[in-house]
Ligand binder design. Structure first.
Ligand code: BTN
Length: 247
């Protein structure tokens, strides 16, 4: 059982904090390793995209969790980090992001943060999961299309990146035990449902082998996105979602 003690490695520059932690996870390092960097030379996003961030501008961090849950619960592991980050932004910056399923943070419809979860498996069990977050704090100029950062949000308070990370880690540690029990995972799914802006939206869902559109109608007790598509009701556990304009 993890005691909630983080071991934080800080980098001026690294390839990718996710890659750094994932490599050590595969070597058997204990839960609680955190990597945080001022700059990544090979930052990675979901769907094999690159994650670009000017040096020193944003919070780039990855944490290693080793919960007792299944591969299918991976999106709830990243929800723990996304919810913690949303709470930390509210507490320190007076900015209240909502979630876009699976785990982006949005403010006024623009992306404030993205989360990338990468896991190693033992059959259907999760042996370890690395959850990385790129949270836009203070881009020197305009943020790339569709994005925003804390300092650009009207009424936001200035935040220190170190304090932001400390606050996120404290909130991750508080929710982390929920991942070990079914009732806890259901509580997490309930929280995602309450705070998820995707529900009610027309969406395009991209999964590894297919793409479809529909209306996101709910999040089920396991945290899957429920999408009513032309071919019927679909449960999405792993995929990327775009909010579309209403028809
Ligand atoms: C997304 O595509 O929205 C997820 C982006 C995740 C980016 C973060 S930055 C810190 C960590 N290291 C990486 O290489 N990626 C994640």
């Amino acid at each position: 059982m993890w005691a909630g003690a983080w071991v934080v490695r800080r980098f001026t520059e690294v390839g990718s904090t996710n890659t750094y932690v994932l490599e050590r996870a595969r070597q058997g390092v204990a839960e609680g390793l955190v990597a945080v960097a001022e700059h990544q030379t090979a930052g990675r996003g979901r769907l094999d995209r690159r994650w670009e961030s000017p040096p020193g501008a944003n919070l780039l961090a990855s944490v290693l969790l080793r919960p007792r849950c299944e591969a299918d619960d991976l999106h709830l592991c990243s929800a723990v980090v996304a919810l913690a980050a949303a709470d930390a932004c509210a507490e320190l910056a007076a900015v209240e992001p909502v979630l876009k399923w699976p785990n982006d943070l949005l403010v006024n419809g623009s992306k404030l943060a993205g989360v990338l979860a990468e896991a190693e498996f033992d059959g259907s069990r999760l042996r370890g999961v690395v959850v990385g977050i790129g949270l836009n704090v203070a881009w020197p100029g305009p943020v790339e299309a569709g994005g925003t950062c804390l300092v650009h949000v009207e009424g936001s308070k200035p935040v220190d990146k170190g304090a932001l990370l400390d606050s996120i880690l404290e909130k991750v540690a508080r929710r982390r035990p929920l991942l070990d029990e079914q009732a806890g995972r259901r509580a997490l799914a309930d929280e995602v449902r309450r705070r998820c802006a995707t529900i009610g939206q027309r969406v395009r869902v991209t999964m590894p082998a297919e793409e479809f559109t529909g209306v996101a109608s709910d999040i089920d007790d396991a945290g899957h996105l429920v999408v009513d598509s032309e071919s019927g009701r679909r449960l999405v556990g792993a995929g990327d979602v775009v909010h579309l304009r209403p028809e």
